[in-house]
Design a protein around this ligand. Structure first.
Ligand code: DGJ
Length: 557
């Protein structure tokens, strides 16, 4: 159990009033519910039913209030959620764009302005605002590191460079807390534990907070590793047996780059960092990954001891061949993510901040084993409106989250159209994710078609084309909808089917109907058997608007 003192303060650092929770505590709520005749058993069940990850069939899903939940989310700019007045008009705008969850930065400096004195006014205010807008929150714990640097630590940490040691690069200290400093780890973990204790107290039954991101894009920027005295000593020492034992036990599932690195140096079960991982920047990166993992698994574990909800780490991704140090060295990017896993299990999953081209390839790199796909940061707008279908459809993602969402959200944001269509079919989509029979796709002029097998058919999806015109792009997802029937959503593509055995009777498109889901019920719209399905030749999705459609096939000799 972490030792922390949550003191309520009369005069906070901002000259504010006493800490008063903006929401009801469990104790108050319990009293109220008892007055209303609601049993304690029900309340306890709600409290036990905290947000959690669960493997359901083929997918690892986020379970909220007993059901799989898809986070149609967006991440705020770094500073927006530091002020409640600033945030007030943003929540309804995000809700109107179809978001159900907001990735909300919350910095250490604002909740512990004086060491040991916590102020949760901002947390309570954000929860209150989110609830009024019917939004959920993923809090982003901006603490020891943000984009590699330590700009969000409280002033009392910034000032005390003796107690809270810095990374040394090329002979000089830089403004990055060293992950090898026990005092920093303890202070961060204590603050995070206090925060989680508070969140449990004010949100343990409502579950507005779904998950926690621990730190942001960590790693050493400016050098391949920390060269402080503590780091040099550790680097000269031996690789922890826990790491080499993990490599040996998970040999087959290791990310190929790490396996190759370990193989290339003789698959040693003991030795110094350079003996086991070779000389040079790759060994430095593995070493830093272990150090950050050790620190952050500990921070996460202290938080979970207070309130056990899913916790994840995000990653600044380098393009291929970028040397570590030009991106944060040691961050949980695929080629060292197994090092993070070897260190502990308090961090539930790893996620990409995905701005690089080659979106599908990066999704596949992160949707690996039981690691569910969630990108807390990615491109929004037209790119996001398309990519969300691939992430949630093809890769069974638990959510999607463009960065700087409040700048783009609004009536003209194409993301809204995608989010609303997906929201309406979420119960079906999550069932198909766990059944493993949903496919998502992204098409453009360079990659204009894709095939997959589903429901006993080979499904051919290509860019929409009719009367001599071809769509520039197409995206969507398709799932089986009973025998000889499919449900699709998206725009700019067309579909034909053939028997997956390649034999048997001929196939035809019997009927295409558009529709929408209301409270999970399919409301039938127009029958689309004219130009809209190219007179029965294709199941088509108009490039102008996201549509939800069903198709029924027929067979003939
Ligand atoms: C990635 C970081 O994680 C964010 O906090 C923000 O700095 C964006 N980059 C800016 O593009």
């Amino acid at each position: 159990m972490p030792q922390f003192a949550v003191r309520r303060i009369a005069d906070d650092a901002h000259g504010g009033a006493c800490y008063t929770p903006a929401v009801m505590t469990n104790r108050n709520l319990l009293g109220l519910l008892l007055c209303l005749g609601v049993g304690t058993a029900g309340l306890a069940a709600q409290q036990n039913d905290r947000p959690r990850l669960e493997k359901r069939g083929a997918a690892t899903q986020l379970i909220v209030d007993g059901k799989p939940f898809l986070m149609l989310s967006g991440e705020l700019h770094n500073s927006s959620s530091s002020n409640l007045d600033y945030m007030k008009p943003i929540w309804p705008k995000l809700a109107a764009t179809g978001l159900n969850t907001v990735v909300t930065p919350l910095s250490w400096e604002l909740i512990e302005p004086k060491e040991g004195t916590f102020d949760f006014t901002l947390v309570d205010g954000l929860l209150d605002q989110a609830r009024q807008a019917h939004e959920r929150i993923v809090f982003l714990w901006l603490a020891s590191w943000k984009n590699g640097k330590s700009s969000y630590v409280p002033i009392w940490v910034k000032q005390d460079t003796r107690r809270f040691a810095r990374v040394v690069e090329h002979g000089s200290e830089v403004e990055i807390l060293s992950p090898l400093c026990a005092a920093s780890e303890e202070a961060d973990a204590r603050a995070f534990a206090a925060l989680m204790h508070h969140i449990k107290e004010v949100d343990g039954t409502e579950h507005t907070v779904l998950m926690m991101q621990v730190e942001n894009e960590v790693g050493v920027l400016g050098d391949t590793r920390d060269h402080s005295e503590a780091a040099n000593q550790a680097f000269a020492g031996t690789v922890p047996p826990q790491l080499t034992a993990y490599l040996a036990a998970h040999r087959e599932e290791l990310y190929p780059d790490l396996r190759e690195l370990w193989n290339a140096n003789g698959q040693k079960s003991a030795g110094t960092w350079t003996e086991v991982f070779g000389e040079g920047e790759r060994a430095d990166e593995v070493f830093m990954a272990w150090q950050y993992a050790r620190f952050m698994q500990s921070v996460a574990a202290h938080g979970k001891a207070e309130y056990d909800i899913p916790m994840y780490v995000n990653t600044w991704l380098p393009s291929d061949n970028t040397p570590p140090g030009e991106y944060p060295s040691g961050g949980s990017q695929p080629r060292v993510v197994d090092v993070w896993r070897a260190e502990g299990t308090a961090i539930d999953f790893y996620s990409p901040d995905l701005y690089l081209p080659n979106f599908e390839e990066w999704c596949r790199r992160y949707h690996r084993g039981d690691n569910p796909l969630y990108m807390p940061e990615t491109r929004g707008g037209a790119a996001g409106a398309a990519n969300v279908f691939y992430a949630l459809g093809e890769e069974a993602g638990i959510g999607f989250s463009p960065f700087g969402i409040e700048s783009e959200a609004g009536d003209a944001d194409p993301l809204g159209e995608s989010y609303k269509a997906i929201a309406a079919m979420t119960p079906l989509l999550v069932d198909h994710q766990s059944a493993g029979d949903v496919h998502g796709f992204l098409l453009d002029r360079e990659r204009s078609s894709v095939d997959f097998t589903m429901n006993g058919y080979t499904v051919h999806v290509s860019l929409d084309s009719i009367f001599g015109g071809q769509a520039e792009s197409g995206y969507g997802l398709i799932m089986a909808d009973g025998k000889d029937a499919f449900l699709g959503v998206g725009k700019g593509f067309r579909v034909t089917f053939s028997s997956s055995s390649g034999t048997g009777p001929q196939l035809g498109i019997g009927a295409v109907e558009e529709g929408r889901f209301e409270d999970g019920k399919w409301i039938v719209g127009r029958r689309l058997n004219g130009d809209e399905d190219d007179q029965g030749a294709y199941w088509r999705f108009d490039p102008r608007q996201v549509r939800t459609e069903k198709v029924t096939l027929y067979r003939y000799e």
